[in-house]
Design a protein around this ligand. Structure first.
Ligand code: DC
Length: 227
């Protein structure tokens, strides 16, 4: 049986950095489910379908073939045969992903792919509904968050380092809007699973968060070994 670690939390909480680090230390595969929603968003965008047009989104869904391949341990997302990984990390792609992720048809398709991957491999999977919907039986569930100010500051530094002009107040507003949308949609809203460990990374380093997750896993494994 594969071992599955689920990490959920709002945008900018550091999930992908942490999940990648934990996966690397455990020699597990890191599955970035946000990238799958971003690829679906790109697909609808390329077809000229607006995120508000639910009927067209549901009809077009079956034409999107998303597949995941690992190259040197790094997740590559293919959309209808094309590697679109490099196109997914923009603010625009994030907003589009958030907007289309509320549709049940979109979620069904991606959840199935995610569950298949987790059944085959040891994974650290991050997203919004991993502990609640995708892998309710995960061996370890983490809800990783940080204050809006901390998340906006991290994003600001990341963009500034890349030379991308940005405004911290606008980033804060975008984060708040995305949180609201992700937490209040009808289908699989972001929420903490009852059995998820709550970690607020606002005043923690990346290493401290990763160590907390690895310790929690060891404790769980120790307990299940005693049973
Ligand atoms: O983690 P991210 O920023 O790459 O995710 C982009 C959007 O995709 C996010 O705002 C909501 C959606 N998403 C989702 O609904 N469920 C997931 N498991 C992962 C992402």
């Amino acid at each position: 049986m594969s071992v599955n670690i689920a990490i959920d939390g709002p945008a900018g909480a550091g999930k992908s950095t942490i999940a990648k680090m934990v996966a690397g230390k455990l020699n597990f595969i890191y599955v970035d489910t946000g990238a799958m929603y971003r690829a679906m968003g790109l697909y609808f965008h390329n077809l000229g379908i607006s995120p508000e047009d639910g009927d067209s989104i549901c009809n077009a869904c079956k034409g999107a073939d998303i597949s995941i391949v690992y190259e040197a341990g790094v997740q590559q997302v293919f959309l209808n045969g094309e590697n679109v990984t490099g196109l997914l990390r923009t603010e625009e792609a994030g907003k589009m992903a958030s907007a289309i992720s509320g549709y049940a048809k979109v979620r069904e398709k991606l959840v199935e792919l995610q569950q298949k991957m987790a059944a085959l491999e040891n994974v650290v999977m991050d997203g919004r509904d991993i502990g609640t919907v995708v892998l309710p039986g995960a061996d370890l569930k983490i809800y990783l968050t940080a204050s809006v100010e901390t998340r906006a500051k991290r994003r600001f530094l990341e963009l500034t380092e890349k030379g991308i002009p940005c405004n911290i107040k606008e980033i804060e507003k975008d984060i708040e809007e995305r949180d609201y949308h992700d937490m209040h949609r009808e289908n699989s809203p972001l929420r903490r699973a009852e059995d998820a460990i709550y970690l607020d990374s606002s005043d923690m380093t990346i290493d401290e968060v990763a160590d907390a997750i690895l310790d929690a896993l060891s404790q769980k494994e120790g307990k299940s070994g005693q049973e």
